[in-house]
Design a binder for this molecule. Structure first.
Ligand SMILES: Nc1ncnc2c1ncn2[C@@H]1O[C@H](COP(=O)(O)OP(=O)(O)OP(=O)(O)O)[C@@H](O)[C@H]1O
Length: 234
């Protein structure tokens, strides 16, 4: 870890976590990760080594049987889960969109009590759409008419307009063409640079060049060792 981070408060921490299934087999065990403001962390490793299980555990989507997950140094209680999930947002490989327009998808999360105090900022949506090379009329498109790549970008925008502190990304660009992948990456980097909350991401990728481009740290499975990305530009 960089020295500057010793004074910054850890946003999200997995401490020696383990997930066990009913036959007693451990899918992951003794894995730890500290996510600090501004961190860009890539997770890579062989197929079946537990990367998604780990990320889903961080998102509190799967129960863990050992260790703990801390947010701002505190364990997360059940009743805090909605708030946690609005601040630590998980994006899966295939987007899940509701019926209706792109705009209604973007506004969807604001109907939940936990997000009602957040501002739906049309300027930030316009800026993100610009990076994605789409006019404002794109907001009126039906979600059912979107391509897979467009759908994934809409899912990303829907996450970002909630101003999360941590984005958990499970191979989000694996089904996208190179151009859409590049747009997706630029939107995330723009968000990291411009967000007032100094956010961080944890991104599972099989693509080494993507990890080198985007991440300042890399966590390698199955052991879960974390090291600085020597190729990182910042
Ligand atoms: N709920 C579950 N019950 C039983 N086994 C599971 C469960 N979830 C995942 N597994 C198994 O745990 C192992 C790790 O799965 P996981 O999806 O985390 O791997 P991964 O490293 O993300 O792989 P890939 O790179 O192919 O996506 C796999 O063998 C998978 O079949």
């Amino acid at each position: 870890m960089a020295d500057t981070q010793t004074s910054a408060q850890c946003l999200l921490e997995a401490r020696q976590i383990g997930r066990q299934i009913s036959d007693g087999h451990w899918l992951i065990r003794n894995l730890s990760l500290s996510v600090y403001p501004g961190d860009r962390i890539a997770i890579s490793g062989p197929t079946g080594s537990g990367k998604s299980v780990f990320l889903r555990s961080l998102a509190m989507l799967d129960e863990i049987q050992e260790g703990s997950i801390l947010f701002h140094d505190e364990p997360i209680r059940d009743k805090q889960l909605p708030e946690y999930r609005s601040r630590v947002v998980y994006l899966q490989q295939r987007p899940v969109l509701i019926e209706g327009t792109v705009e209604s998808n973007l506004q969807f999360a604001f109907q939940f009590q936990v997000n009602q105090h957040k501002d739906h900022n049309p300027d930030s949506v316009r800026n993100f759409l610009e990076s994605f090379g789409r006019p404002e009329s794109f907001l009126k498109k039906k979600s059912s008419s979107l391509s897979g790549g467009e759908g994934q970008i809409v899912a990303l925008l829907r996450a970002l307009i909630l101003s999360p502190q941590v984005l958990l990304l499970d191979e989000p660009t694996s089904g996208l063409d190179p151009e859409t992948t590049q747009q997706f990456e630029s939107i995330i980097l723009q968000w990291i640079k411009s967000s007032e909350v100094c956010p961080a991401f944890v991104w599972i990728t099989h693509d080494r060049s993507q990890a080198q481009r985007l991440a300042d740290k890399v966590m390698i499975f199955p052991a879960g060792e974390v090291s600085n990305n020597v190729n990182s530009e910042s």
